[in-house]
Design a protein around this ligand. Structure first.
Ligand code: PGA
Length: 251
């Protein structure tokens, strides 16, 4: 059975001290709870080591928000998948729309990053999603299909089985506009069908597909109650423990 997952994406927010404080607060709240989903926090690279030390790894997994598309060497400022792994992080968010839009990441780059993440034992949380004009032109299915095909279809079924997908309509990220539960279910089911066609029904059934884009405590339950929505990738609402826990409690 596939896992339900609530993953936070802190983006470029919080100093190290603030981040450790938030991780600590979250850890304390979750310690007394029985969780019905996996919980992951995607923190800035500078914070990973300390956050890993702060949280109970049995309850909270830690993610990097990116890794390099090279193994090692003269790539000033980059952080490799093996470096990420060596911090104790278990996950890496790849292909977030902000990386695609502001840092020019293409499906080809993301294919390489995915390979490196998998080779280093990291679980990619792989983001896909259409921009507003594409949704308005009813092209969302085409867009997500090509994102998955170009970056992930070279994998074997065993490799693909290690990927978590996150569908994030770009028009819903940080905008307060949220996909309706029907819109989310429709495209999540479509995404699962693409995975089934390529990798088989069993792999598709076991793939966690998260929804991202203005997910909040007030709308999480309705979104997560859809059969093909297996949790969320949470930006803004992951920056305050009470909000993030409110979303975790939706399961
Ligand atoms: P948001 O961000 O929850 O602030 O919309 C989601 C994301 O970008 O992962």
């Amino acid at each position: 059975m596939r896992q339900n997952i609530v993953a936070g994406n802190w983006k470029m927010n919080k100093t190290l001290q603030e981040g450790v404080e938030l991780a600590n607060e979250l850890n304390t709240i979750l310690a007394s709870k029985t969780l019905n989903c996996d919980v992951v926090i995607g923190v800035p690279a500078t914070h990973i080591t300390e956050v890993v030390k702060t949280v109970d790894g049995a309850k909270i997994g830690v993610a990097a928000q990116n890794c390099a598309d090279q193994v090692s060497g003269a790539y000033t400022g980059e952080i490799s998948a093996s470096m990420v792994k060596s911090t104790g992080a278990e996950y890496v968010i790849l292909g977030h729309s902000e990386r695609r839009e502001y840092y020019g990441e293409t499906n080809a780059t993301l294919k390489t990053k995915t390979d490196l993440a998998l080779a280093n034992g990291l679980t990619p949380i792989f983001c896909i999603g259409e921009v507003l004009e594409e949704r308005e032109a009813n092209k969302q299915n085409e867009v997500v299909k090509s994102q998955i095909e170009e970056a992930l279809f070279h994998l074997s079924a065993d490799e693909f089985a290690k990927i978590v997908l996150a569908y994030e309509p770009v028009w819903a990220i940080g905008t307060g506009k949220v996909a309706s539960p029907e819109q989310a279910q429709e495209i999540h089911a479509y995404i699962r069908s693409i995975v089934a066609d390529k990798f088989g029904a069993e792999v598709a059934d076991n793939t966690s597909i998260l929804y991202g884009g203005s997910c909040k405590p007030g709308n999480a339950k309705e979104l997560f109650s859809n059969p093909d929505v297996d949790g969320g990738l949470i930006g803004g609402a992951a920056l305050a423990a009470a909000d993030f826990v409110g979303i975790i409690d939706a399961f």
